[in-house]
Ligand binder design. Structure first.
Ligand code: NAD
Length: 290
């Protein structure tokens, strides 16, 4: 297949490399990042779009997506599919899909879970919004870049799934960290706390698979000085998207709002920037009830 790829950073670079390694013809464009192995450099986003059956974007935010997509949609050939894998707001995903459909193109919002390790290893999970026809066209590429692709519904449904998932993740990570800090003050051993909670009704991915306490549970960023992993500022980005979506859909999300506020303080006024999102645990330890 002839594939265009825009945004070849930490995630897009290895994803495009995996497509090229699988034998596809991949043309790439990025403002700054180097071309991954096997990917041919193009001079502009529009050059990438010409003749491509699928164009994939992996960009920082919805505003950049909207401007790049306008350029792509004007240059893509009818019947081709624009597949955005960035994490962006639901409204931008729907607006881009509407423009693509009006130009006779297919469109998918297909954000990912799995991080840079999943991108490099081809083990990402894709959550996808768009038509069944567009999903079927891109599915063989999802199979190369990932291990699972869930078709969640119409345009925007992939981004909706991603931000709902990450809102739960932000809330459960904070709850897990504050419970460890409380356990410390109650004199409860952290390993005992893990042994009980990880097999009781308080279990979660944050506790069981990504335990924020160093030396407890499986290997996680806590065992590596809280080097990300999944950075606190990326968690904050996703929580803000959840609150933007809640606002626009008139949904009441008090726990999501509080998690957004705590991660904002952690990243912008404390030492959270550049640290893993599980570094909320040392933040809570030593604090007093306010
Ligand atoms: P990144 O900053 O490493 O890559 C983004 C790339 O886009 C950069 O190379 C940048 O030069 C390029 N770019 C920006 N504007 C451009 C333009 N106008 N034209 C062409 N290229 C342009 O970011 P990343 O970590 O690869 O993340 C990309 C997306 O994936 C984000 O939406 C992020 O939220 C999401 N995501 C990231 C992770 C992760 O662990 N890093 C996990 C899941 C989802």
């Amino acid at each position: 297949m002839k594939i265009g790829f825009i945004g070849l950073g930490n995630m897009g670079g290895p994803m495009a490399a995996n497509l090229a390694k699988a034998g596809h013809e991949v043309l790439g464009f990025d403002l700054a990042a180097p071309m991954p192995e096997g990917v041919t450099a193009a001079a502009s986003a529009a050059d990438v779009a010409k003749g491509a059956q699928v164009v994939i974007t992996m960009l920082p935010n919805g505003q950049i997506l909207r401007s790049v997509a306008a350029e792509l949609i004007a240059a893509m050939e009818p019947g081709a599919v624009l597949c955005d894998c960035s994490t962006v707001d639901v409204d931008s995903a729907r607006a881009v899909a509407d423009q693509a459909h009006a130009a006779g193109l297919g469109a998918l919002d297909a954000p990912v879970s799995g991080g840079v390790g999943g991108a490099a290893g081809g083990t990402l999970t894709f959550m996808v919004g768009g038509t069944a026809d567009a999903f079927a066209k891109v599915q063989p590429l999802f199979e190369i870049m990932g291990q699972k692709a869930v078709h969640c519904g119409e345009a925007g449904a992939g981004q909706a799934a991603k931000i709902c998932n990450n809102m739960i993740l932000g809330v459960t990570m904070i709850a897990t960290c504050e419970a460890f800090a409380l356990a410390d003050k109650l004199g409860l051993d952290r390993q005992k706390m893990f042994d009980v909670v990880s097999t009781s009704s308080g279990y979660s991915w944050s506790m069981n698979a990504y335990c924020p306490a160093p030396g407890v549970g499986p290997q996680s960023p806590a065992d590596n000085g809280y080097k990300p992993g999944f950075a606190a500022d990326l968690m904050l980005k996703d929580l803000r998207l959840s609150q933007q979506a809640a606002e626009s859909a008139d949904a009441d999300t008090p726990m999501g709002a509080l998690a957004t506020s705590l991660y904002t303080t952690f990243v912008e006024s404390e030492d959270g920037k550049g640290r893993d999102f599980s570094a909320m645990l040392p933040r809570f330890v030593g604090r007093h009830r306010s």
